[in-house]
Design a protein around this ligand. Structure first.
Ligand code: SF4
Length: 267
């Protein structure tokens, strides 16, 4: 793995995807999700809403060199370039510059149709400067695992500075309204169960997916993706839901929204 660019890795949704990590080596996130595959968020890496990561001097040259080399090797078969990995990428103060370089190099590699996507936990979208950068991605994939404040709290364990659930939903609505038609918003929901005895609570519940459906009706995203745990979670009692349960919960969600739901199940 390079300093900023990794892969290509086989992505669940896009096939071969080149990864861009704009976060420090220490996982830095406004959430501490019970299912996070990067482990628990440390006290130092647990970021407030206003915390921003600044890139080191000369990052433009280093990033350009790394991405150029990866594109020379892999441009012919990659299907996406995805920002995300070691935390919440919108906490990076220089995200706009990194995106500009990526768009330029994508053009030079002759693969303008390969989408540049970003994974966000949706917590920072109240900041107009964050939304402004996100509007220049091709696809924004935003997390929504709980349909109420209570569920958001126990699943994602947000930093206390993060807006409440209704505020997050309003910010997602705002982002969607600001997007031009060539930028897409996907909502992704991870559902998990737990192995008792544990104080951790499951979010794979009918009332939760109905509540998420209600938020989706407000946000009007372009797609909704439902999936479950695929790798070792931060909390050992967290386990994946079965394919059948995932289908049943997704069907329940779909019955309460005016769109289809895409299910991603990995045995
Ligand atoms: S938002 Fe993503 S990186 Fe942050 S704790 Fe949750 S799963 Fe991990």
């Amino acid at each position: 793995m390079g300093k900023y660019v990794y892969g290509p890795i086989l992505s669940r949704r896009y096939g071969w995807s080149l990864g861009i990590d704009v976060m420090p080596k220490l996982k830095t996130c406004t959430f501490n999700c019970v299912y996070c595959e990067l482990g628990k968020t440390s006290t130092k890496g647990y970021a407030s809403l206003n915390f921003r990561v600044e890139m080191p001097p000369k990052f433009k040259e280093e990033f350009t060199e790394e991405l150029q080399a990866k594109l020379v090797e892999h441009a012919s078969y990659i299907r996406a370039i995805t920002f995300g990995y070691n935390g919440e990428p919108t906490l990076n103060k220089n995200l706009d510059i990194i995106l500009d370089i990526t768009r330029k190099l994508r053009y030079e590699a002759g693969i303008e149709k390969v989408p540049i996507t970003i994974l966000t936990n949706s917590s920072t979208l109240g900041d107009p400067s964050v939304r402004k950068v996100l509007l220049n991605f091709d696809i924004v994939i935003a997390k929504l695992d709980g349909g109420t404040q209570e569920i958001l709290q126990y699943v994602n364990r947000p930093h206390y500075s993060i807006p409440p659930f209704d505020g997050i939903v309003n910010n997602l609505c705002l982002l969607k309204k600001e997007m031009k038609t060539d930028t897409k918003l996907y909502i992704q929901t991870l559902l998990y169960k737990v192995n008792p005895p544990t104080s951790i609570k499951s979010n794979a519940r009918g009332d939760n997916v109905v509540a998420i459906a209600s938020a989706i009706n407000k946000i009007q995203p372009d797609q909704v993706h439902v999936y479950s745990v695929a790798r070792e979670p931060a909390e050992p009692s967290v386990i994946k839901v079965s394919k059948l349960e995932l289908i049943e919960l997704s069907d329940l969600m779909a019955n309460n929204v005016d769109r289809s739901i895409d299910i991603y199940y990995f045995p």
